[in-house]
Design a protein around this ligand. Structure first.
Ligand code: AMP
Ligand code: MN
Ligand code: MN
Ligand code: MN
Length: 278
């Protein structure tokens, strides 16, 4: 069985390895097929593609699109997309503009809460790339406001906390359309992470399926074995394809290692079933 990891991040979004470092690490980890899925940007895909050729790893061009749905934020993966598709990139520009505005707003709120200097710090950290809450989290940990990334999110960056700003992302239908327009498959990322009740999950899967959505991330870094089994059941029930990915963000993040995601249950249809990648 090939080692397939269809979800990870580079310095083009909130990962800490450059696309090249990521591909070298994928080779070290024995990954055969890797999707780079940065948040709301395709900026890392060109250098990832070149590095993948050199490393002998098969690259699946991907994206993780931020979506607002029912008052929450969901993440929709686009797998096997054309990174140069005009409508997709036009849509992503809007999300990055929101990110830019939000970064200033988060910094303003932290300032008000007695924590100055975050905007300059996150701009420096992210280079010319997108600014994520992860960058704010790193800044806050480095300045002693929490002991780790997990704690800092809870204290500062989620709803009801001093640095929280509500998301105004793409609609679910837009994300699916952009991904399909770019020739890719739309997959709901880490479905167990949204704290949705069973009823709400069903509403989501029904809507997603009606809009033409393709798959569920059944196995991933932040889902337990039990959650993985449950998502596999949903995938079968809703006739959705199954994906797997570590959601790797770099060595200092406590999430799963690259290429170490659990294998998909054998009764799922893998999202790559008809791709010429193996
Ligand atoms: P953003 O898209 O900028 O709102 O940031 C979302 C990112 O923050 C996610 O992709 C994760 O990488 C990270 N994140 C969110 N919640 C947590 C958490 N509790 N612990 C660690 N990282 C988190
Ligand atoms: Mn992230
Ligand atoms: Mn995500
Ligand atoms: Mn991710």
């Amino acid at each position: 069985m090939p080692n397939v990891d269809l979800h990870c991040h580079s310095t083009a979004s909130d990962g800490s390895l450059s696309p090249r470092e990521l591909l070298d690490h994928a080779r070290e980890q024995g990954v055969d097929v890797l999707a780079l899925t940065d948040h709301d940007t395709t900026a890392g895909l060109a250098s990832a593609s070149q590095a993948a050729n050199e490393a002998g790893v098969r690259l699946v061009p991907g994206i993780e699109i931020s979506v607002s749905w029912g008052g929450r934020t969901l993440h929709i993966l686009g797998l096997n997309i054309d990174p140069d598709n005009a409508a997709l990139n036009q849509g992503l520009i809007r999300l990055r503009e929101f990110r830019h505005w939000r970064a200033k707003e988060i910094a303003r709120k932290l300032d008000k809460a007695g924590i100055p200097g975050s905007y300059d710090a996150v701009c420096r950290m992210s280079g010319e790339q997108i600014i994520s809450r992860t960058h704010f989290a790193r800044f806050l940990v480095e300045n002693g406001h929490a002991k780790d990334i997990k704690q800092v999110f809870k204290r500062y960056l989620v709803s009801g906390k001093p640095g929280h700003v509500a998301g105004k992302w793409a609609s679910l239908a837009e994300a699916i359309d952009w991904i399909h327009g770019a020739g890719g498959r739309a997959v709901i990322a880490h479905p167990a992470r949204y704290s949705l009740s069973a009823t709400k999950l069903r509403v989501l899967f029904n809507e997603f399926k009606e809009m033409g959505g393709d798959g569920l991330e059944v196995a991933c870094g932040s889902q337990s074995r039990r959650e993985c089994q449950r998502m596999a059941q949903y995938a079968r029930q809703y006739d959705l394809l199954a994906s797997c990915g570590s959601d790797y963000h770099g060595p200092q993040h406590a999430w799963l290692a690259l290429g170490r995601v659990a294998p998909l249950p054998t009764d799922c249809t893998p999202v790559w079933y008809d791709w010429d990648i193996m």
